[in-house]
Design a protein around this ligand. Structure first.
Ligand SMILES: [Zn+2]
Length: 53
């Protein structure tokens, strides 16, 4: 796994990268949309915690 790719879409990260904390570890994504996608994926993968929607 490369360090300089988005954790969501695998495109290369540039200066606009965003750090997202997922399950206790920090990953980097290329844009806010990817950050959102990861957060949603993590929420969906978890057992029910607090239903947000
Ligand atoms: Zn991305």
């Amino acid at each position: 796994m490369k360090e300089n790719t988005c954790a969501a879409c695998d495109c290369e990260l540039d200066a606009t990268r965003i750090a997202v904390k997922i399950g206790g570890k920090t990953v980097e994504v290329c844009c806010e949309e990817c950050a959102e996608a990861l957060r949603e994926a993590e929420a969906a993968a978890r057992p029910i915690q607090t239903a947000d929607k």
